[in-house]
Write a protein that binds this ligand. Structure first.
Ligand code: AMP
Length: 463
């Protein structure tokens, strides 16, 4: 097995260099895709050659087309049998992929694509099954039910399978269903896409898929256009801080993240009460509301979207200019997913993390990880650049602890310098008294250090 791992492919290529059909080249140019993204450069040529692969790739990096283009290109349009399968972790992602795939039917009139998720009833899924689709997109449970339990199609021509957002598929416990689907296929070419390629994921995957090629480090694409900012909101509450921020910044399209559904609801309510048109999206919405919310989000009717981390993964909302994290997710990896909602395809974007003295741990951890933040403070109606970040501020507030005796003496000196009533020069007197105590202790410290050094050299003479 010739297994290779590619870390970022910098070759300049155009879609033409992939030797795609005229139909596909024409479709891509009409759809506005002129230059392949890094993941597309790495994946498309391999996928066209039938190589099974694992690719680390985030939403927004062009990964959907890195598998759609070769899948569609390889479909035999004259054969009405399922030939390619895309498994997605969520209904929203599946629908999004379906819509991208469906856009190609304008250029490939014989191409039949179907979406199978719990968005529709099984009875609706079964409609029109006498003309099987060539490309199937769906979520694991429904796919298992239709393709394996009900066995609605002959699967002997299913030659290619994509697992999209595989880390999410694993986290959501879908690998059992997927394994069952694979057990009914005849060693298809598999393309696995995942935001991370952690070892446990690979171990689980390699139980039932092959991989002859790995593509890693796709981050440059998603994050190079994003500027990261830390905003100290001091003691303004979170909701008023968001409101002031929106009034000052007036973002074109802003996505506000909070870690809990309760917080998302509270932000949404507060902004609405204060005249901001918002739309929100959380995992707790029922199916219909989710669908409606996504449609409205994508229609660009709202310039402020409030959501939980479910929006950070997978959902493609073009043109987001600003991302606000009102708090940070427990799993800091999600910060990168959040920030990656903006600054896509060469555009620039801003990711703002709000914090105050009680919530510095997350920002500090991100800085330690290498995220380069600049600093702002938000007070009232003013958003000001600052030179100090949480680390420096922390150092300033955690002054060096003084020895206990010295503290005691300073307290006594302060008490002694206090007079009845406020006398002129009282503050100066107090300052001088404190200085005197400090000088005493400094002299003591110097004497001790000299004594130690003398002792050392004395011992050294003896040796
Ligand atoms: P993803 O979610 O990673 O598949 O990225 C999807 C977004 O990238 C969609 O808005 C696509 O229309 C867009 N896209 C995909 N490939 C390209 C490309 N080569 N050039 C420009 N935009 C692209």
């Amino acid at each position: 097995m010739n297994k290779r791992k590619v870390l970022y492919n910098i070759e300049v290529m155009s879609f033409k260099s992939f030797n795609l059909s005229d139909n596909m080249t024409n479709a891509l140019s009409k759809l506005g895709y002129h230059e392949p993204s890094p993941v597309q450069k790495a994946v498309i040529p391999k996928a066209l050659r039938g190589t099974s692969l694992l690719a680390q790739s985030e939403t927004g990096s062009g990964k959907t087309h890195s598998f759609l283009i070769p899948l569609i290109e390889k479909i035999d349009m004259n054969l009405n049998r399922p030939q390619a399968l895309i498994i997605s972790p969520t209904r929203e992602l599946a629908r999004q992929t379906y819509e991208f795939a469906f856009a190609f039917t304008r250029f490939f009139p014989k191409l039949k694509v179907r979406l199978y998720t719990s968005e529709a009833d099984v009875s609706d899924n079964l409609e029109g099954k006498s003309v099987p689709p060539q490309l199937i997109i769906g979520t694991p449970g429904r796919l298992e039910d239709l393709l394996i339990t009900k066995h609605i199609f002959f699967l002997g021509n299913m030659k290619r399978v994509v697992l999209d957002e595989a880390d999410m598929l694993l986290d959501m416990g879908f690998f059992d269903s997927i394994e069952k689907i694979f057990a009914n296929l005849d060693e298809p070419q598999t393309m696995v896409f995942s935001a991370t390629l952690k070892q446990n994921l690979k171990d689980e995957l390699l139980k039932f898929v092959r991989s002859d090629f790995e593509f890693e480090n796709d981050k440059v694409m998603t994050s190079s256009g994003v500027k990261h900012h830390l905003v100290d909101i001091k003691h303004s509450g979170e909701n008023p801080a968001i409101l002031s921020f929106l009034n000052i910044r007036k973002p074109y399209l802003c996505l506000i993240f909070a870690s809990t559904v309760e917080k998302v609801n509270s932000i949404n309510r507060f902004l609405k009460e204060n005249g901001v048109q918002t739309i929100y999206f959380t995992g707790s919405l029922d199916d219909r509301s989710r669908k409606k919310a996504l449609r409205e989000i994508k229609s660009n009717k709202y310039s402020v979207i409030v959501g939980s981390d479910i929006l950070a993964r997978g959902i493609d909302i073009p043109d987001i200019t600003d991302v606000i994290s009102i708090d940070l997710p427990n799993d800091l990896e999600f910060y990168h997913h959040r920030a990656g909602r903006t600054g896509r395809f060469g555009k620039s974007g801003d990711s703002w993390v709000f914090y105050n003295a009680d919530s510095v741990a997350g920002p500090l951890a991100l800085q330690k990880e290498g995220v380069k933040f600049d600093y702002f403070s938000l007070r009232g109606d003013e958003l000001k650049p600052e030179t100090l970040g949480p680390t420096e501020k922390r150092k300033l507030t955690h002054k060096k602890e003084l020895p206990e005796n010295e503290m005691k003496d300073i307290k006594i000196a302060k008490a002694l310098s206090r007079t009845k009533g406020v006398e002129p020069g009282y503050k100066k007197k107090k300052k001088l008294a404190i200085e005197k105590v400090k000088r005493k202790y400094r002299r003591k410290a110097i004497r001790e250090s000299v004594r130690k050094q003398l002792n050392k050299s004395f011992k050294g003479d003896e040796d």
